[in-house]
Structure formats: structure tokens, C-alpha cells
Design a protein around this ligand. Structure first.
Ligand code: BEZ
Ligand code: FE
Length: 304
């Protein structure tokens, strides 16, 4: 047949993938065609709307650089990232909950000594983070790399600043757990912040009157051999935007109440320069396999 009705067209495009050698690729492509065609039929998509969508996606791609990922941002604000996360982590019994990676897992995460202030050059309320990595039964996991990153006191990641290329990372590091599965560091209390809105994704968020905010959090990526990589955040309890996350990433279990302290020393016995906050959080790893994501801007061959 050379001419197709609306529904025959869908069937013909699905059939055109019948000989795809990889069965998973065949399934994904045929289901994608079904969903896209259903959408066009259901919405009676106009030429202007189709044209707008093509231009939007083109501009989304053009906004990407080695260290900026507008497509991840698009996936995040559409809830697709959290849905992919959900369908891949259906059973987390006893293991720490997961959430979005986000677009700011960028550049080198240098192995850093426990106790280091990873935001030494930044203004902000000081915070001591103490943590432990264990299996689901509480057995400590030693020698595990834990990547940490978060925004500054104004809500910007180091990679969003013009100085990133020359000054290198800030509020970003890798710690290796000790024999008791512990790691600890100093930093500042991050604040809630808007996602980048200077691109097409921000344009959509503004045009649809959605708040662009993410509640304050610290990102963690824990990669222990023999366990599923854990991509998660710890959210700062009490944040006024905790229920307004533009990427739908908050889970109750990931909210930590940070305690205000005035003790002259921090838990590692070293002096504090004034009042500080204490964040305590334990990560419980689920046995399994998986490839940890690589930071943007770092070639796979260079990433540890
Ligand atoms: C973030 O955590 O920084 C983030 C996550 C998703 C979209 C934008 C920002
Ligand atoms: Fe973040």
C-alpha cells in the first residue's frame, strides 16, 4: 500500500521497525511511535505547534555545552527523570531512596581529606556533614567513593560561574569512606534556588507560571562495588520550598533536620569559627550492579 489513513500510517511506521535486530531497540521505537502518534491525534496538533516544538527542541540542543545539559533539565521539569528513577527503583526496602542526578554533576570530583571545608572561599552559614555508608543491614562499607556537590549561598553551582574554568571546583568533592564506612566534611548550608531559566526550559517554566525553585539540598553519588550506584540528595529540613520542587525530586526520607550548634569545636575536635549546623545522614546501599553516571565535561576514559 502506498497511501495511508491516519491509523494505517501508525501501523505502517510501527511495521517499518519490524526487522530491527536488537529486540529492546525495536520495542522502544515501536512504543515511541505509538505514543507520539496518539499524542498528535489526541491534540490535533497544528502545523504552528509542530513548528514550535521543532524549534523548541532545536534550541534546547543548541543550549547544551560540555558542562550544560538543557535536555536533562527538560527531562527533569517534565517529571521524566523522576519517573525513570521510579520504574528502576521499585523495591528500595531497607535502602536509601534515590532522586534526580540533575544537570550539575560536572567536572572533576577530587579525592578530598575528611574534615576539609569544601566551600572555604564561600560566604554562608557553616555546616558540618557527618555520614556513613552501610549495606541494608547496617554493615559499614569501607573504601567507597562518595561524590558530593551543592549550590552556594546564592543558589549557584560552581559550573554556572564564569570562573569555573580557571578556578576549578567549589562545593564539590569526592570522599572515600574509612574502615567504619564514615566520611565527614565542612561546607556551608545551601539555600533553595531556581533552576537555570535563561534557556528554552526556563522559557516554558515562566510561560506556564510554574515556580522554578528547587528546595535546598546536597547531592550525593555513592558508588560501592557490588551495590547499585546510589544517586540521591539530602534535603534541608524546614526549607520553605520543600513542597515546590520544580523537578518533583523530594522524598520524605531524604529530608534531614540540620541542628544549629554553638559548641566551639566540631565533631572532629577541630575549632569552629562561630555557630554552625550539623547534618547527619546515613546511606544504605542495595546489593546489585549498575554503572554510576559520569560527570559532564569529563570523558568516560578519564572518569574514575
Ligand atoms: C539540581 O539539583 O541542581 C537540579 C536538578 C534538576 C534540575 C535542575 C537542577
Ligand atoms: Fe542541586
Amino acid at each position: 500500500m502506498t497511501q495511508f489513513s491516519e491509523t494505517e500510517l501508525t501501523a505502517a511506521v510501527i511495521r517499518s521497525f519490524d526487522d530491527t535486530p536488537d529486540p529492546r531497540a525495536k520495542f522502544l521505537l515501536q512504543e515511541l511511535v505509538k505514543s507520539l502518534h496518539d499524542y498528535v491525534r489526541k491534540t490535533n496538533l497544528t502545523f504552528e505547534e509542530w513548528d514550535y516544538a521543532i524549534d523548541f527542541l532545536t534550541r534546547t540542543g543548541q543550549k547544551c555545552t560540555d558542562i550544560r545539559q538543557e535536555f536533562i533539565l527538560l527531562s527533569d521539569v517534565m517529571g521524566v527523570s523522576m519517573l525513570v528513577d521510579a520504574v528502576n527503583h521499585r523495591d528500595r526496602e531497607g535502602a536509601t531512596e534515590t532522586t534526580v542526578l540533575g544537570p550539575f554533576y560536572v567536572g572533576e570530583h577530587k579525592v578530598t581529606a575528611h574534615g576539609t571545608d569544601i566551600s572555604a572561599e564561600l560566604e554562608g552559614e557553616r555546616m558540618f556533614v557527618q555520614s556513613r555508608v552501610t549495606d541494608r543491614g547496617g554493615k559499614p562499607l569501607a573504601n567507597v567513593p562518595v561524590d558530593v556537590w551543592h549550590a552556594d549561598d546564592d543558589g549557584f553551582y560552581d559550573s554556572q560561574k564564569p570562573t569555573f574554568a580557571t578556578q576549578g571546583p567549589s562545593s564539590r568533592a569526592r570522599f572515600i569512606t574509612d574502615k567504619d564506612g564514615r566520611f565527614f566534611f565542612r561546607t556551608i548550608v545551601p539555600c533553595s534556588y531556581p533552576i537555570p531559566t535563561d534557556g528554552p526550559v526556563g522559557e516554558m517554566i515562566h510561560a506556564t507560571k510554574r515556580p522554578a525553585l528547587r528546595p535546598a539540598h546536597v547531592h550525593f553519588l555513592v558508588a560501592a562495588p557490588g551495590y547499585q550506584p546510589l544517586v540521591t540528595h539530602v534535603f534541608i529540613g524546614g526549607d520553605p520550598n520543600i513542597d515546590k520542587d520544580v523537578v518533583f525530586g523530594v522524598k520524605d526520607e531524604l529530608i534531614a533536620n540540620i541542628e544549629k550548634r554553638t559548641d566551639p569545636t566540631m565533631p572532629d575536635g577541630k575549632p569552629s569559627s562561630g555557630p554552625w549546623h550539623l547534618m547527619t545522614y546515613e546511606f544504605r546501599m542495595k546489593p546489585g550492579e549498575g554503572v554510576a553516571p559520569k560527570p559532564l565535561g569529563v570523558k568516560a576514559s578519564e572518569a574514575a
